[in-house]
Design a protein around this ligand. Structure first.
Ligand code: PHE
Length: 446
């Protein structure tokens, strides 16, 4: 089972894994999706439920996913096959691949929009043109395609090279610039209303929908439930501590999401905006913030650049999951895999791009809903599929792989885990699957 395919790499060090996994976790999920979800789901109430879900459900699942990856040294499909050859559980691996492709498709559309804003502010700096986002179809599609190409280029070089180096300097920079923007926003008159709204839970707002969205946001933000952490864990060495790695990623990711909340909501309340605006929230608010800021154009350029990089380290992990499958299992070359999958993501993402370009009537015909196509994709892949994937992973570990095997894998490299092993097993066996199943069911059947 541990026979490693010769073509597989390994992280340079434990910190290499942490940086890459944190790079995967931190992205548009924290800065674009978390505020938009919190805004639509009751503010402080959502934040509270989110934190509980991260601690109680996501953290144990994080250990599980990384450990299955490191135990098997495989992609999601291969990992399951290594544990249970020829079983129907392989479907769970394929679901992970599909989810990766699904998320990659619309995520790159949003990332393209972030790039467009960066470009608009650069133009403003040099030509002094006003910053207005037109969202012409052509423009949306070009930036979307450009972002996929960037992702393809990074992944074709292999994950280990590149990411480790970039993440080390750019992630701390992202934190710094966010803190600067927060300080500025808190000084705006009326900002405290937003802070209050963000930190005070109104318990009457907690509904099954809010709980499902908060739990799924936890999976989304931590890149769980579709094999990203599994695949990254497969490049981890036995010397490294899964507990240290997993916990660091969870802490850092949660920290950035909370920062993003403090960056957006005080501004929403101070500058007049609707917190429940949906997937366009940050794009409505941030230009106003930069507009009223001394040196705002420069801050905007740096911020959108760093956000692009954060998004890129996430799309890289999405593409890497599917690529690892084609390279390990189908013996495709890395180049052929990345270009083929990138092309597929582009085609699948086109309706989301059209949706963002305002072609609503056309794209909503596809499913006759009031939300746009992009939000539908986000709900299906980003919400449902990750929750289902995480649930099935727990069931797989309980019934097929064995929680003792999982526990032993975690203990290699983190001996002190033996003290919490029983607790962890209890969570994966009872708490996580029960909660995920109830939350899924109560939303789907309500
Ligand atoms: N966690 C990433 C983010 O927050 C998105 C992502 C989801 C990446 C699932 C990989 C897998 O931006």
């Amino acid at each position: 089972m541990s026979a490693q395919a010769p073509r597989r790499g390994e992280w340079g060090s434990q910190i290499g894994f942490i940086l890459a996994a944190a790079g995967s976790a931190v992205g548009l999920g924290n800065i674009w999706r978390f505020p938009y979800m919190a805004g639509q789901n009751g503010g402080g109430a959502f934040v509270l439920v989110y934190l509980v879900c991260v601690l109680v459900i996501a953290l144990p699942v994080m250990f599980l996913e990384i450990s299955l990856g490191r135990a098997t040294h495989r992609n999601p499909v291969g990992a399951i096959r290594a544990v249970a050859p020829r079983s129907a559980w392989r479907a769970l691996g394929y679901l992970a691949l599909l989810t990766g492709l699904g998320i990659l498709s619309y995520y790159s559309v949003i990332a393209g929009k972030v790039m467009t804003y960066g470009a608009l502010y650069i133009r403003k700096l040099f030509i002094g043109e006003a910053v207005t986002y037109h969202g012409a179809t052509f423009e949306v599609v070009i930036y979307f395609a450009l972002f996929i190409v960037l992702t393809v280029l990074v992944v074709s070089g292999g994950v280990q090279r590149g990411i480790e180096r970039w993440a080390k300097i750019l992630m701390p920079m992202l934190v710094l610039i966010m803190v600067a923007i927060i300080v500025r926003c808190l000084l705006l008159p009326g900002a405290m209303e937003g802070v209050k709204w963000f930190v005070t839970p109104d318990f009457s707002k907690i509904t099954p929908r809010v709980i499902l969205n908060a739990m799924s946001q936890g999976f989304f933000s931590l890149s769980l439930g579709m094999g990203a952490m599994l695949t990254y864990g497969s490049y981890l060495s036995k010397k490294d501590s899964i507990v240290v790695c997993g916990t660091s990623v969870v802490l850092f990711d949660t920290f950035i999401a909370i920062l993003a909340g403090f960056m957006i909501f005080p501004a929403v309340f101070a500058l007049g905006g609707n917190p429940a605006a949906g997937s366009t929230l940050i794009f409505q608010v941030l230009p106003k913030v930069f507009g009223g800021m001394k040196g705002g154009v420069l801050v905007a350029i740096v911020f959108f650049f760093l956000l692009c990089v954060a998004a890129l380290t996430s799309t890289v992990s999405l593409l890497e999951v599917v690529t690892a499958y084609f390279v390990d299992e189908r013996r495709w070359s890395r180049r052929r895999s990345v270009w083929t999958i990138g092309g597929a993501a582009f085609v699948v993402g086109l309706p989301s791009a059209f949706d963002m370009a305002g072609l609503r009537p056309w794209t909503s015909m596809v499913f006759l809903g009031k939300h746009g196509f992009l939000e539908l994709m986000d709900f299906l892949w980003g919400n449902l599929s990750l929750a289902i994937g995480s649930l099935l992973l727990c069931v797989f570990a309980i019934t097929v792989w064995g929680l003792n095997n999982a526990g032993s894998e975690i203990e290699i490299g983190s001996p002190s885990f033996s003290r919490y092993r029983g607790l962890w097993i209890f969570f994966i066996k009872w708490v996580c699957p029960t909660f995920i199943a109830i939350i899924l069911a109560s939303k789907l059947f309500s």
